[in-house]
Design a protein around this ligand. Structure first.
Ligand code: MEV
Length: 425
């Protein structure tokens, strides 16, 4: 028998069901597996089939809501989609102790994204740079002709920056097009503009343009969030000191900073998934911003005030949109935005910055006190109980017995479910 081939001509032209059938044959999926994979949940097959290519089914993640968030004096229910237990509970708990003094303060800048145009093959790169700068008004005009709607809304290309960089294949002249993308994430608008401008830059300089693409290091589209947490609300000054030490550790050590920032992104990406954002762009922006000085560090900092309380600040890029992309086509993303009640991309960025700060606080508080495993284990125990067939009150009963015994395992959960339901079935 010939080996299986992944070369399936015109696979993309088949229907979802036809594709699934082919995959099922290839992977010898059972009827039950096919049935599970074929479920598209709350996404219309027609929409799924145009969102990405070669669709064969769906995969549902839980959609949850974090409570207690008071941001800039306004209450928010924050939709979160994530596979990791504890994140939603941690965010809600953190937000509960952040409600004093009007809650978390969060301010986003204008939605300025950067489009890059890479010029190579110029003998006199600094001369070429000057020539490009002299054409600034023309560049902005050409860029803005691509998107009259955005310009009408007050957005569009606003400025340029030109740099000469040294690379291992010689100098390059990199033009940055600064575009106010308003309520969009902006990749489409910016990419179209950079492509339109590129031939002119080649013309004026005699060089060759290769790349024309948005930069995910969105350092002109930042959110800044800050909060004060009172020592008496979180277990006293010792906890404050522990959190400050945890922050200082991460600020000084890239190994720890990566995990510290991962904790921030737990919250941010969960909101990003719920609201249909390009979460890879957010991750890329966050981590490149954290490394902008050449040494990777934290996106947030925690300090102790004179009166013994805790203050936290976060500053990071936040390229999010409320129009275009998956936000527009995925019905759940629209519902998520409605639950949040955000009216602009700026407001969404402000909420997401606040969520990142709260999530970070929750992680540091747990790490600086009891450690994170206890909370994780509680949820893990509940998950195991559900997997073992527990429902209703039985879930917590099974979970708490396993925790007490220190035996948080699936086989034990099964045993307990059997024991506790004996005679009731
Ligand atoms: C786990 O998903 C996130 C944490 O590791 C974050 C941190 O260490 O700060 C708990």
């Amino acid at each position: 028998m010939p080996g299986k081939s992944s070369r399936i001509p015109k696979f993309y032209k088949l229907s979802i069901d036809e594709r699934l059938k082919k995959v099922a044959e290839f992977a010898e999926l059972t009827g039950e597996e096919i049935e599970t994979l074929s479920k598209l949940g709350n996404l219309d097959p027609k929409i799924a089939d145009v969102m990405i290519e070669n669709v064969i089914g769906g995969m549902t993640y839980p959609f949850a809501v974090a409570t207690n968030f008071l941001i800039n004096g306004k209450d928010y229910l924050v939709p979160m989609v994530i596979e990791e237990s504890s994140v939603v509970a941690a965010a809600s708990n953190a937000a509960r102790v952040m409600r004093r003094d009007g809650g978390i303060a969060s301010v986003a800048t204008d939605s300025i994204m950067i489009g890059q145009i890479q010029l190579v093959g110029v003998k006199n790169p600094f001369y070429a740079k000057q020539v490009i700068i002299e054409h600034k008004d023309e560049i902005i005009k050409i860029a803005n002709e691509q998107d009259p709607i955005l310009v009408n809304l007050g957005g569009g290309a606003k400025d340029i920056e030109v740099r000469v960089i040294d690379t291992r294949v010689g100098p390059m002249v990199i033009t940055h097009l600064l575009v106010d993308v308003k309520d969009a994430m902006g990749a489409n608008a910016v990419n179209t503009m950079t492509e339109a401008v590129a031939p002119y830059i080649e013309d004026w300089t005699g060089g060759r343009v290769y790349l024309r693409i948005i930069s995910n290091l969105a350092d002109k589209r930042l959110v800044r969030s800050r909060v004060k947490v009172y020592a008496e609300d979180i277990g006293g000054e010792e906890v404050v000191d522990g959190i400050v030490a945890a922050s200082a550790f991460a600020e000084a050590d890239p190994y720890r900073a990566a995990t510290h920032n991962k904790g921030i992104m737990n919250g941010i990406i969960a909101v990003a998934l719920a609201t249909g954002q390009d979460h890879r762009a957010l991750e890329a922006g966050a981590h490149s911003y954290a490394a902008r000085t050449g040494v990777y560090t934290t996106l947030s900092r925690w300090e102790k005030t004179d009166d013994g309380n805790l203050v936290g600040t976060l500053e990071m890029p936040m390229a999010v949109g409320i129009i275009g992309g998956a936000v527009k086509v995925h019905p759940v993303a629209r519902i998520a935005l409605k639950i949040m009640g955000v009216k602009t991309a700026r407001e969404l960025a402000e909420v997401m910055g606040a969520v990142g700060l709260a999530q970070n606080f929750a992680a540091l508080r747990a790490l600086a006190t009891e450690g994170i495993q206890r909370g994780h284990m509680k949820l893990h125990a509940r998950n195991l109980a559900v997997m073992a067939g527990a429902t209703g009150e039985l879930i917590d009963k099974v979970a708490s017995i396993m925790i007490k015994e220190g035996r948080i395992r699936f086989d034990r959960a099964k045993e307990l479910v059997e024991e506790l339901t004996k005679g009731t079935k």
